[in-house]
Ligand binder design. Sequence first.
Ligand code: HEC
Length: 151
Amino acid sequence: MRAGRRLLLCGALLVSACADDDGGERRRALGDRPTLEAAMRVADSRRGGRLFGRCAACHTIGPGAGDRNGPNLFAVMNKPVASNSPRYGYTAALRALGGTWTPEAMDRWLADPMTVAPGTRMRFEGLADPLDRADVIAYLHSHSAGTASTR
Ligand code: HEC
């Protein structure tokens, strides 16, 4: 391959990689206020993994990994709320929330935890962007028993 052509090809790859990186193309296609269902259809668990960096100060995700400030989150999706790590001391505020971690419940929680469960110990301002939340939910989904990815 001649140098010029190779340069062109790399440029094109770089552009698509960058667009995927911030979710820009998907965000434009979804519009300003996508439903959770629409966002989940195009969710990218790999990008969710990068966003999980913001959770990792307080949470581990590997199977059997320890708790930090917050409980371990391996296989948290579809579990009863405030139960994922049996040894973790959940607040009464989170225990009172009830229900299970459906994608809908997780979406509300990640948008604004301190409003969903006033008094929660999860001091996190929330993920304002619906696509960011969908990507993180896809990442949480991909870390459960029966899925290959257990990083
Ligand atoms: C500053 C620390 C901190 C950050 C950052 C944080 N969390 Fe938490 N998280 C907590 C704490 C503490 C709890 C326990 C809350 C309670 O008992 O009130 C918690 C609880 C949870 C639970 C409930 C688990 C269960 O067993 O019911 C989920 C789910 C969760 N966090 C997800 C996330 C995700 C995803 C992110 C990143 C987008 C995140 N958290 C960011 C501290 C944090």
